[in-house]
Design a protein around this ligand. Sequence first.
Ligand code: SIN
Ligand code: MN
Length: 204
Amino acid sequence: MHEIVPGLVYAPDYLSREEQDELVADLREAVRIAPLFTPRMPRTGKEFSVRMTNCGPLGWVSDRERGYRYQSTHPETGAPWAPIPRLAQRTWDDLSPYKHPPEACLVNFYDGSARMGLHQDRDEEDFDAPVVSLSLGDSCLFRIGGTERKGSTKSFKLHSGDAMMLTGPARLAFHGVDRIMGGTSTLLPQGGRLNLTLRRVTKA
Ligand code: SIN
Ligand code: MN
């Protein structure tokens, strides 16, 4: 485990292949309960290139009318989200110095052409809680900057099984995914990348 920039804790190869397979099986069940949806940007209504779902009592959603927010139900079916998978919960318990449990596990699915522009995670009430991330499937080129959009950035690869945490000085750092590196993993038979981010949403 090491810090790539202050507050970005990187734990390469955190999950074994067997653990990754278990997590993918749990996520297949989560997607059956709460199908992947395509979020839209506030105001413009432009579609994200990633599709997403959530696990846990709260889920992150976005649409044109109501923008970024957390809610307890799927935006299209109105059903509750599936529970947080065992290994996602364990990762939070292992890595996070924050004493209270996560409330949301956002699941992003990237096909070969999806990406995510630089943004901050700031829809949560308590920035003392970290954001804990797990990567599954194809590798990606991840970019991290500072707390100002204009500052310099650094990029590095995230691989299947890697865990990462944004905490302290990196909790509000701009970050994004520049590209997916197709064919770099055999975990997902159809290819692509899954990213899980565990978040504490409300003040404990
Ligand atoms: C995110 O910032 O929500 C996703 C980051 C990632 O896919 O690694
Ligand atoms: Mn983010």
